[in-house]
Write a protein that binds this ligand. Structure first.
Ligand code: FES
Length: 64
């Protein structure tokens, strides 16, 4: 699924950045991916994906 249409960034790209680089917010995400600098419509969805991914990760760690 595309999150940022302007720069062709997908939810997978964002999840990958969270998992591999420990990205926790939009500012950190922008250090790894280009998104949000054109129309800005993707910012809130990108933040939601970061938040959800962090929650999923911590749940997984509790189980593991
Ligand atoms: S959709 Fe991300 S900057 Fe436009």
């Amino acid at each position: 699924m595309f999150v940022c249409m302007c720069y062709n960034v997908t939810d997978k790209d964002i999840k990958h950045a969270v998992n591999t680089h420990g990205v926790g917010n939009i500012r950190e995400l922008k250090q790894h991916l280009q998104l949000g600098d054109n129309c800005g419509k993707c910012i809130s969805m990108a933040q939601d994906i970061i938040d959800t991914q962090i929650i999923d990760e911590s749940l997984f760690k509790d189980v593991g």
